[in-house]
Write a protein that binds this ligand. Sequence first.
Ligand code: HGY
Ligand code: MN
Ligand code: MN
Length: 415
Amino acid sequence: MIGGSELNKIPNHLAEAIQWLSEFGNEEGGGVTRTLYSHPWKEAQEGLKFWMEQLGFHPYYDPIGNLFGRLSSAEKDAPVILVGSHVDTVKSGGKYDGAYGIIAGILALKYLKQKYGTPKRHIEVVSLCEEEGSRFPLTCSGSGMITGAYTIESFLGLKGFDGVTFEAAMMEAGLGPFNQPYTVRGDIRAFVELHIEQGPVLEKLQKSIGIVETIVGQKRFRVTVEGESNHAGTTLIKWRKDAVRGAVSMIDLLYSYEKKYDEHLVTTVGQLFVEPNVPNVIAGRVVFSVDARHPSESILHSFCQQFMDGFNQIAKKMGLTVYVEQCHEVHPVHMDSGLQNIVKEICTRNHIPFYRMNSGAGHDAQLFAPFCPTVLFFVPSRDGISHSPLEYTSDQDLETGFHVLTQVLHHLAYE
Ligand code: HGY
Ligand code: MN
Ligand code: MN
């Protein structure tokens, strides 16, 4: 738990504060693992809460574990400008994904309070509880609850990849039971998310800011292939119902579609479990994930239809059974053009090279966009690497994003 002595460890400088936050869940190899409701997750939220308390932002948790801090307007009923990102990470992820948007948001409120005093509209910074879907087969739980895209029923009975239920994990983090009604907020006027690009475009084009126009649509599946476990020595190939062989053919088919679609269609098999997973037993079951994305809903839909048909044909031919379960879907969304133009004007005024682009990565902004005017903008990622301990953004690029953020928030909350 963070104590008084920890405060002086919370630096006031952007890059150092990001380093401080990354220590919650940091690993030997330099990666960060901070999955929803885990101990590092709780420590991180408590550390951010302690910091926000010291800054006078009166932090509070909502029932699902989103952490908010507020710079209040004198006008009690004023609308809220919400800024922030997610505090969870993928397994062995980087220290900027999500964390940068939270830290920059807190320091932006601190800067605005010192420089301009009380805003006309409330500004709230939020450390969203979860976006990655790295512990439970559902993503954007935090923004999904705030915007009403999810209700408590979306989580009840949900089992994590570690076998722990959502409710039990919540209790483990000292939250819940999640039985109080969750009121969808009606006071949020806009959502602003600052994030690393997680791709190579800005670095290649030597641009400092990426203004996102569209976030691609995403579908995630869990594919179960069932065959027959048997002896690796005595079972001739022709007698086998080998789930690994079936899964390999399906995954190969999935990647073969690359030639049939445009380069904006991306599909990934990131998770693969073999049962019983021992060298001298023919696998009776394989479970693997499919993550498919495209800016166009219809192309994404027809691609998924096509690979599911292909999997069924392979299973039939090999005497196997296959179940394809869609466990998650987010639609392609456009960011608010008015807010995009505000970012564009700030970049132009400050001679900051910017580039309008799509986001291949999913973000909480995707859940907010149908709910309130939303803007998402990026700073460059070195070598385009992310979801890896090698994830890195230079101090200068971090600062540029921060200054644009402070000016966006000033425009929305003070003018
Ligand atoms: O997977 C994604 O696109 C995001 O980083 N969660
Ligand atoms: Mn992210
Ligand atoms: Mn991510």
